[in-house]
Design a binder for this molecule. Structure first.
Ligand SMILES: *Cc1c(COP(=O)(O)O)cnc(C)c1O
Length: 365
């Protein structure tokens, strides 16, 4: 048997009639960028999330960049974040001319360790950028309390958490700005690049709307140097179709994760879900010893797995200039050496899931 990590064509096949119709109607409309599909998607996404505003942008990375800029992050500032994330989280901080200051993660959820944040705050700290890794919320109450105490902004990287919740509220609505990615492999994925910022703050929404369109409110009048960061109509039309399925798909992820837990809880270290969280398992990531052998073994058995992420950001060569020492990040360092993401998608069949589990048991024994 062959099991792929994520089969995007299988998902398309379940909704192809609706998608084809939506795409063709945009192509025939003559309106291709920031038009009525984007406006409708923004309204529907805002309502789904329970946010006052949702603003479509060109990617998740841009959502982070524009949110940090709108929150006032600029040259010379420091932004506290996790080193155990996709590189874009740190890149967005760097694009602002600011410095990412890394705080180690907790060994249970792999999210930022809130007990270590205050030790990293300096007079230059402007914001905290938590990541809701794998679709599970960071400890937002503690983060908000620290931010409030020190006068800092919070921007959420919710790129892996569309539809996930913290204490009954959707991720991306728990701070100044919540950032989403619609990269095709995300749990709400377009058929190209796309992103979105959710916010309840009108001033931030306004600034992001101006920044995404070349700093302009009125055509050819530019109040600030902005960006080209627009969402296009085809992607918005596709996302409008997919938004109608997101709850069903997230529920399917959760039930597959629970099934994996049952098979694997004594075999590998399975994901830990905090009680207050609705974890949507954007990734189902387990920890194994002898990971290199495990990766080869799974490949030989026809199962595609992935490592999110093999190298903490402070150890990436592009961030060596920050002179971080891995000894200061023991948890990130250890987890990065053991973590493996197993196939999990709404389309993964039970037969495939059982096959994956049986192979894993075969490795460990
Ligand atoms: C995917 C992702 C991003 C970047 O999103 P793009 O749309 O690819 O730019 C940022 N942060 C995290 C945690 C992600 O998973």
């Amino acid at each position: 048997m062959k099991v792929s990590l994520l089969d995007l064509k299988a998902q398309y096949n379940t909704i192809s009639d609706e998608i084809n119709k939506a795409v063709l109607s945009v192509v025939a409309s003559g309106e291709y960028v920031l038009g009525k599909e984007v406006r409708a998607f923004e309204a529907e996404a805002a309502s789904y999330l329970g946010a006052k505003f949702a603003i479509g942008v060109a990617s998740g990375t841009d959502a982070l960049l524009l949110s940090l800029l709108a929150a006032g992050v600029s040259k010379g500032d420091e932004v506290i974040t996790t080193p155990f994330t996709f590189i874009a989280t740190a890149e967005a901080i760097s694009y602002c001319g600011a410095t990412p200051v890394f705080v180690d993660i907790t060994p249970d959820t792999y999210n930022i360790d809130v007990s270590k944040i205050e030790g990293k705050i300096t007079s230059k700290t402007k914001a905290i950028l938590p990541v809701h890794l794998y679709g599970q919320s960071a400890d937002m109450d503690e983060i908000s309390a620290i931010a409030h105490k020190h006068g800092l902004k919070v921007v959420e990287d919710a790129a892996q958490g569309f539809g996930a919740e913290y204490k009954g509220k959707k991720l991306g609505t728990l701070s100044s700005a919540g950032c989403f990615s619609f990269f095709p492999t995300k749990n709400l994925g377009a058929y190209g690049d796309g992103g979105m910022v959710a916010t309840n703050d009108e001033a931030i929404a306004d600034k992001i709307i101006v920044l995404r369109g070349h700093g302009s409110r009125q055509r050819y009048i530019h109040d600030m140097i902005g960006y080209n960061s627009r969402l296009d109509e085809i992607q918005a039309a596709i996302l409008r179709v997919k938004l109608r399925y997101i709850d069903k798909w997230n529920e399917a992820r959760i039930s597959k994760a629970e099934r994996y837990n049952k098979f694997l809880n004594k075999v590998v270290i399975t994901p830990f879900k905090k009680r207050d969280n609705k974890h949507i398992y954007h990734q189902y990531s387990v920890r194994v010893k002898r990971r290199d052998n495990f990766l080869d073994y799974m490949k030989d058995n026809g199962v595609s797995v992935a490592v999110h992420y093999p190298i903490p950001i402070f150890n990436q060569s592009c961030y060596k200039f920050l002179n971080n020492n891995s000894d200061d990040f023991p948890v990130s360092t250890e987890i990065a050496g053991e973590i493996v993401s197993l196939p999990i998608s709404p389309e993964l069949s039970d037969e495939e899931l059982v096959y994956v589990c049986e192979r894993i048991k075969g490795f460990t024994l």
